[in-house]
Design a protein around this ligand. Sequence first.
Ligand code: C2E
Ligand code: MG
Ligand code: MG
Ligand code: MG
Length: 283
Amino acid sequence: HAKKAGRNRLAEFAPEMTLHIQRRLRLERELRRALETGGLEVFYQPQFDCASERMVGAEALLRWRHPEHGFISPAEFIPVAEDSGLIVALGQWVLEQACREAAQWRGLCGLELSVAVNVSVRQLREKDFLDVVIRTLEATGLPAGQLELEVTESVLMEDVQSAVQFMREARAIGVRLSIDDFGTGYSSLAYLQSFPINQLKIDRGFIESLPGDGTTIVNAVISLARDFQLSVVAEGVENREQLAWLQRAGCTYAQGYLLGKPMPADALRQTMRAHTVAAEQAS
Ligand code: C2E
Ligand code: MG
Ligand code: MG
Ligand code: MG
């Protein structure tokens, strides 16, 4: 009897499962096509020094404009790309776009702006990923010190060994490393010590509840970072009140809709020029 019930249950769920799998397979096929035919674009979201409110760099964020469904969120298609392994080619493409773009920023505004690129664990596990990074820096002319790689906390914990090894080698050539979405995963303080990182990015979820429930955790992360001699980026800063709070708390950098949304490369260049002119007039 139990066996029969089990089978029935399976039969009930099967169509849904099939739909889910079919949708994923189609997304994967279309994503591969988008990569080949120019359907993808890299947007850039500016990052600012909290104290001076000067622009210090930008994060590269992938965008996909689907011919029928319009804009599809990376939160939806990145997991598909990770499961299928397509993330390796996709990630390489983003890295190259971002480095090529950032290599031109210095000439535009005279500032040493860095570019932050999100990296998935699948990329870290590739034996030649460091070579890919080195070759990309050489080909685009971007100094290693102006490239920052962001890895999420949960991703680090998935494969601690290859993550630590990659990070040591990347640090050795001057690339900077950040832990993204910090506070949402389960890494212990002991791991924090063994990862050769430069920076923590506090997850938007904590910034959202500033200056309310988030204060204790954000203060704790800022003082933790100070003790480990790391810089801190607050993600998802949406209003003046949050920024003022972060400035008082001694947060290093801020990123969010208040300061600038993710935008196409040429829009960021315009923002950059306007920002430089404003900063020159102020000083
Ligand atoms: P993330 O790296 O933590 O990026 C920050 C996300 O927060 C971005 O979402 C950004 O648009 C959004 N955001 C920034 N400021 C604000 C704000 O003030 N309010 C709100 N509500 N949101 C804000 P996005 O662009 O949708 O990307 C989502 C995630 O997808 C990223 O989270 C990252 O994990 C992943 N992702 C994006 N591009 C890439 C990529 O090229 N490679 C990989 N592996 N992952 C990527
Ligand atoms: Mg990120
Ligand atoms: Mg994040
Ligand atoms: Mg995220």
